[in-house]
Design a protein around this ligand. Sequence first.
Ligand code: 13P
Length: 251
Amino acid sequence: MKRKKIVAGNWKMYMDYEEGRALANAVISHLQPSETIVVLGTPYIHLKGISGLIKGVSSLKLAAQNCHQENNGAYTGEVSAPMLKSCGVDYVILGHSERREYFHETDALIARKIDAVMAQGMQPIYCCGERLEVREAGEHEALVSRQVSEALFHLNEEQMRQVVIAYEPVWAIGTGKTASPEQAQEMHRHIRSLIRKQYGDGIAEGLTILYGGSVKPGNAAELFGQPDVDGGLIGGASLKAEDFIAIVESI
Ligand code: 13P
């Protein structure tokens, strides 16, 4: 089975309104037609406007970086999955290590957010990955197994087909330390084997697994060349259109 290749930018909390529009326009003007799905993961305030800008560019999709688990209610400052859907959002990044660390998100909470997103027909990009001390203790596969099973294994087969997983070792995020292609491949193969055991070969082989953590134009091709690495989730390098496009073109 041919898996979908995805390169997603996670802008995090960067780019004011005008900067965001300029970045989206620069990506649009440099993007070459290809089968790779290119995703812009923007702050909430950009979503509606950028959804209008990318209309008609079929390979470009829009992602939010979070959403609330309830559809509506008295949750001051929060944004729900139906609201995101109404702004043209295709994907929602969930379980990012920064949300786990700074906003105390647990796998149980993330599982509810995944349900809320899928109920609206959007696709979750579920992030998992270990901190440095966990890797040093040799427990990274066990930890990622737990993250994957606790957040995803309540899903049925149809739902699981819509999920994208991003492996982002915390020690490689924003640090300039990339996982080696071998380390990335080893964990991606492990994640695919977890999905195979739970959901069977067809779903496992069709699952897109992204690598994230200090991906740059200079290291993207080698990472993306690994058999179980189906693209990337890009932080810092997604904020410069030339770098982001160069990464997209490395796949
Ligand atoms: P960097 O590419 O800046 O390391 O960030 C990775 C990331 O967290 C993407 O979600």
